[in-house]
Design a protein around this ligand. Structure first.
Ligand code: HDE
Length: 661
C-alpha cells in the first residue's frame, strides 16, 4: 500500500534530522576533534572545568528525563489517517467529519494505566486509546480507553483512585497491578466502581494486541450541527480485526518473555504494511431526550446499551507510520480532552468536567511550561495566532509591537472570528442550581449495569471473570477486604460472589435480593461478537531434520492468508535450506497465535522442549497443526482445535481460541 504523505508528515519533515555521515559538533555547531577523553591536567590528572564539551555533553545527559505521565506512563504510538465514510453534517459541523472521503492526519497513543514507563505491556489493566486529529480547524483530541465505563463518577475522586491502584506507597509494590490490598480496599469502599470492575475482571483488560481492542470516549460529549441542533454523543472505535484477548496465564508469562509485546506488535505490523484499522462510530441522543433513559446519560459508570442506542459508523482510521523518535513524538505528545473543534462540545458529566482541568495542568509539569503546543508532535497543521507570549522554551518569534487585545496599533488583530465564520462558541446550555458538593440521585444505582454486563457474558467469559476475581482477591492479604468485596459483588450476582468466595476461602455472601432483571446487552460480549479472521496472526512453524512437509508451499499458503510466519527449531542458522528465525530458548509459545508442527527431534531433550512448547500452546487454547506423519503428545491428537492438515489448521486458527477443550 502506498504511504500517504499527509500534511502533518510534511510539517514534521521540517524537524527531522539525520546525523548519519555528519561531522560531530557541539550544540553550538563547533566541530569536535575528539570525543573519548575529558580535558585533563596531565593524562593522569584531574578534569578541567574549562572542558565545555564535556560539560555540555554531561549536562544534557543529566537532564534527559522528564517526569513520566502520572497515569498512562507506559505507552506506544503511531501516525495515520482518518477518512470519513459519509458526511455527518446532520449531526456535527466539525469539518473533519463533514463531506465523504475527508482525510485528516492522526497520531494515536495506546497505553496501560497503572504501570511505570518501563512496566510490562500485558498486565491486567485498562488501555488508553488517545487520538489527536490534526484538523484544519485546530487539533481535536479524543482521549479514550478500551473499556467504555470508568471507576468513579466525579473527577475529584481521581487522585484517590489512582493512589489506590498504583504501587503501595510504603514499599512501592506491586508494579502495574491491581491485585493488591489498596486497590480492592478502594473498590469495596467506593461502590460506584462495580460496573468498571466487572469489565476490568473480564478479558477486555488483557488484549491480544492494541490492534484488536475497542476504544471508547467513555464520557458523554456533545455534537452540534450548523443549525445549532445538539446531540449528546458517545464515541466508539471498532477494530477491523475484531476484539481479541490473551489468556491470563499467558499474559503473565509474556510480561517476562517479552515485556514489549504490544509495543512490538504495533511497531512490527506497521513496518510489515499490516496497517491497524478502526472504524469510528458514535452513539447519539438528541438533546431533548436527556431524561428518557433508565440511567443518567451523564454518568461515566454507565454504558448506553448499543441495542438501545445504536452506533452510527462515520469513518475509518488507519495507522500507517511508526514514529522516528520515541521521545520526541510519543513521550512528548500532549493530549487534552479540552482540545476540541467547532461542532464538538462537552456535557456536564462531572468526570469530564474535571478532566477538562487536569490534562493541561499535567502537561505543564511534565513538559516544563506552557509552550508544549510548539513541540512538533503537538503543533496544529493550521495557523495559530494569539497574544500569549514567552515562557520556557518559546520557539515562535512573534514580530511586532502588540501582544494584547483590544488594540489600535495592529488594527485590533489577531481578531476574534464570529461563529458563522468558524469561531468556536460554547453550546448555550441552560444551567441553574444551588452551589452544592453533591452527587445527583440519578447517579446512585451502581449495580444494575454491572449485572447487565454479567448477564451478557457467555459461560466462558463468566468463568474468566470468576478466575480473575479469585486471582486478584487471592493476592489481597487483608481478609476483611476480601469479604467486603465478595459481599459487594453479591449485589451483581450471587453465583459470581459465591464462586469467588469459595475460591478464596471466604464465607459465602448472604443472599442479596437483586432486581429480577434479565436484561442483557449482547454487544458487550467479546465472544458473541467475535470476528473470525487469521489476518496478521503469528504462527510458529516447528521445523526438524525429519520434516517431510514442503516448507515452501506451507509458508506460501500461510503468507497468502496474511499470516505472519516464524520458523522455530533447536538452533538458529540453516536447516533443510531454510533460515530458522527462533529457537525454543529465544521464543516461547505465548508469543504466537498458533503452532504448526512439521517434524520431531531424535534428541530426547530437544524433543521434550518442543513438546513443552506445543503443550503450553495447547493449555492456552491455541490452534495446533500436526503435519502428516507427525505424532507428538498423543493426548492432544484429535482434540478441539488440533488440526492434522493445513486447511483445517487455518480454519481452526480463525477461531483464535478453542475453549471447549
Ligand atoms: Fe485520564 N489523565 N484522567 N482518563 N487519560 C491522563 O494526562 C484524568 C480518564 C486517559 O496517551 C493524564 O497527559 C482525570 C478517563 C488516557 O498521553 C491526566 C480523570 C479516561 C491518557 C489525566 C481521568 C482517561 C490519560 C496523565 C478523572 C478514558 C493518556 C498524563 C476525571 C476516557 C494520554 C496526561 C496519552 C492521561 C487525568 C480519567 C483516558 C493526569 C483527572 C475516564 C488515554 O491529566
Amino acid at each position: 500500500m502506498k504511504k500517504e504523505i499527509n500534511q502533518k508528515q510534511q510539517q514534521l519533515e521540517a524537524f527531522r534530522v539525520s546525523d548519519k555521515n555528519q561531522p560531530l559538533t557541539t550544540n553550538q555547531g563547533l566541530k569536535i576533534s575528539e570525543d573519548e577523553h575529558s580535558l585533563k591536567a596531565g593524562d593522569r590528572g584531574p578534569t578541567l572545568l574549562e572542558d565545555f564539551h564535556f560539560r555540555e555533553k554531561m549536562t544534557h545527559f543529566d537532564h534527559e528525563r522528564i517526569p513520566e505521565r502520572v497515569v498512562h506512563a507506559r505507552g506506544s504510538a503511531a501516525h495515520g489517517i482518518f477518512e470519513t465514510y459519509e458526511c455527518a453534517s446532520d449531526i456535527t459541523k466539525a469539518q473533519f467529519l463533514n463531506g465523504k472521503g475527508t482525510k485528516t492526519p492522526v497520531f494515536v497513543r495506546f497505553s496501560t494505566v497503572a504501570g511505570s514507563r518501563g512496566s510490562a505491556d500485558t498486565v491486567r489493566d485498562a488501555r488508553g486509546f488517545a487520538t489527536k486529529f490534526y484538523t484544519q480547524e485546530g487539533n481535536y483530541d479524543l482521549v479514550g480507553n478500551n473499556i467504555p465505563v470508568f471507576f468513579i463518577q466525579d473527577a475529584i475522586k481521581f487522585p484517590d483512585f489512582v493512589h489506590a491502584v498504583k504501587p503501595e506507597p510504603n514499599n512501592e509494590i506491586p508494579q502495574a497491578q491491581s491485585a493488591h490490598d489498596t486497590f480492592w480496599d478502594f473498590i469495596a469502599n467506593n461502590q460506584e466502581s462495580a460496573h468498571m470492575v466487572m469489565w476490568h475482571m473480564s478479558d477486555r483488560s488483557i488484549p491480544r494486541s492494541y490492534r484488536m481492542m475497542e476504544g471508547f470516549g467513555v464520557n458523554t460529549y456533545r455534537f452540534i450541527n450548523a443549525e445549532g441542533k445538539s446531540h449528546f454523543v458517545k464515541f466508539h472505535w471498532k477494530p477491523v480485526l475484531g476484539v481479541k484477548s490473551l489468556v491470563w496465564d499467558e499474559a503473565q508469562i509474556i510480561a517476562g518473555k517479552d515485556p514489549d509485546f504490544h509495543r512490538r506488535d504495533l511497531w512490527d505490523s506497521i513496518e510489515r504494511g499490516d496497517y491497524p484499522e478502526w472504524e469510528l462510530g458514535v452513539q447519539l441522543i438528541p438533546h431533548e431526550d436527556e431524561f428518557k433513559f433508565s440511567f443518567d446519560i451523564l454518568d461515566a459508570t454507565k454504558i448506553w446499551p448499543e441495542e438501545e442506542v445504536p452506533v452510527r459508523i462515520l469513518g475509518k482510521m488507519t495507522l500507517n507510520k511508526n514514529v522516528d523518535n520515541f521521545f520526541a513524538e510519543t513521550e512528548q505528545a500532549a493530549f487534552h480532552v479540552g482540545h476540541v473543534v467547532p461542532g464538538i462540545d462537552f456535557s456536564n458529566d462531572p468526570l469530564l468536567q474535571g478532566r477538562l482541568f487536569s490534562y493541561t495542568d499535567t502537561q505543564l509539569i511534565r513538559l516544563g511550561g506552557p509552550n508544549f503546543h510548539e513541540l512538533p508532535i503537538n503543533k496544529p497543521i493550521c495557523p495559530f495566532h494569539n497574544n500569549q507570549r514567552d515562557g520556557y522554551g518559546r520557539q515562535t518569534i512573534n514580530v511586532g509591537q502588540v501582544s494584547y487585545h483590544k488594540n489600535s496599533l495592529a488594527d485590533n488583530t489577531p481578531y476574534p472570528v464570529p461563529e458563522a465564520e468558524g469561531g468556536y462558541t460554547h453550546y448555550e446550555e441552560k444551567v441553574e442550581g444551588h452551589k452544592v458538593r453533591a452527587r445527583s440521585e440519578s447517579f446512585k444505582d451502581h449495580f444494575t449495569q454491572a449485572r447487565l454486563f454479567w448477564l451478557s457474558m457467555t459461560d466462558i467469559e463468566k468463568e474468566h471473570i470468576i478466575n480473575a476475581f479469585s486471582f486478584e482477591l487471592g493476592k489481597v492479604k487483608n481478609k476483611a477486604i476480601r469479604k467486603q468485596v465478595v459481599d459487594m459483588f453479591a449485589h451483581v450476582s450471587h453465583t459470581l460472589a459465591t464462586a469467588i468466595a469459595d475460591n478464596i476461602g471466604i464465607v459465602p455472601p448472604v443472599h442479596v435480593e437483586v432486581p429480577h432483571t434479565m436484561q442483557t446487552s449482547p454487544a458487550v460480549s467479546q465472544i458473541l461478537n467475535a470476528i473470525e479472521s487469521v489476518k496478521t496472526f503469528k504462527v510458529a512453524v516447528i521445523v526438524a531434520e525429519n520434516t517431510e512437509e514442503n516448507l515452501n508451499d506451507l509458508i506460501a499458503t500461510l503468507l497468502s492468508k496474511n499470516i505472519v510466519v516464524e520458523l522455530i527449531s533447536t538452533k538458529q542458522g540453516l536447516l533443510n535450506g531454510f533460515e530458522i528465525h527462533e529457537t525454543f530458548a529465544t521464543a516461547s509459545s505465548v508469543l504466537y497465535d498458533g503452532i504448526y508442527v512439521t517434524g520431531s527431534y531424535h534428541d530426547s531433550h530437544q524433543q521434550i522442549k518442543a513438546e513443552q512448547f506445543i503443550e503450553e500452546a495447547y493449555q492456552h487454547f491455541k490452534t495446533i497443526g500436526l503435519a502428516k506423519n507427525v505424532s507428538v503428545l498423543p493426548h492432544i491428537a484429535n482434540k478441539n482445535g488440533v488440526a492434522n492438515n493445513l486447511p483445517s489448521f487455518i480454519q481452526f486458527l480463525s477461531k483464535h481460541r478453542h475453549w471447549e477443550r
